[in-house]
Design a protein around this ligand. Structure first.
Ligand SMILES: [Zn+2]
Length: 176
């Protein structure tokens, strides 16, 4: 069955027509070394200042300006941007929902309900075929077992860390 992705995200944010999907592979240089990394998230094209809402009820376990999630690139390094992580329970199992490229700071420890505001999208610049372009989006991923995932590599992960992630499209279809 083909999944209608904008429909899956309809309660989280506005979708201006797909962006990067789950699990694509790329290379980046970190600390002088080339690493192969994977994108454990779905990027939804959503313009700056649009509201992002929580998919689930749960507890905010991380809310911070985090390196590599910002909207600008300075000296080859991406600036810090807001990342919010919600811990929730589905079918008796713990999950963490990761929302990135947000501006609003919600407090850690806060209990929120499905549909509550997680934040708003920040303006995001990226290189595309050699020029800087606007690419505002929500980066959404899901980590199994609860807890806070590694946030190295600007939201990408090494292959060994993929075991902690779950397919966001399957996750968004879980009831409850
Ligand atoms: Zn992303």
């Amino acid at each position: 069955m083909k999944v209608n992705i904008p429909l899956l995200f309809k309660n989280i944010c506005i979708d201006y027509g797909g962006y990067r999907g789950y699990l694509f592979k790329t290379k980046m240089i970190r600390d002088g070394e080339k690493v192969v990394v994977y994108h454990p998230a779905h990027d939804t094209k959503t313009p700056a200042d649009h509201i992002v809402r929580f998919h689930s009820s749960g507890k905010v376990i991380y809310s911070k300006e985090t390196n590599g999630f910002g909207g600008k690139i300075i000296n080859g390094e991406r600036t810090a941007g807001g990342v919010v992580i919600l811990e929730t329970i589905k079918n008796g199992k713990k999950f963490s929902e990761i929302y990135a490229h947000l501006n609003r700071k919600i407090s850690v420890g806060k209990y929120v309900k499905k549909g509550d505001i997680a934040g708003t999208i920040i303006p995001y610049l990226t290189y595309w075929k050699g020029s800087l372009v606007r690419a505002d989006h929500l980066h959404f991923s899901v980590w199994k077992n609860g807890g806070i995932p590694h946030l190295r590599y600007w939201g990408y992960v090494e292959i060994k860390d993929l075991i902690y992630f779950t397919n966001p499209y399957e996750y968004l279809q879980i009831e409850g």
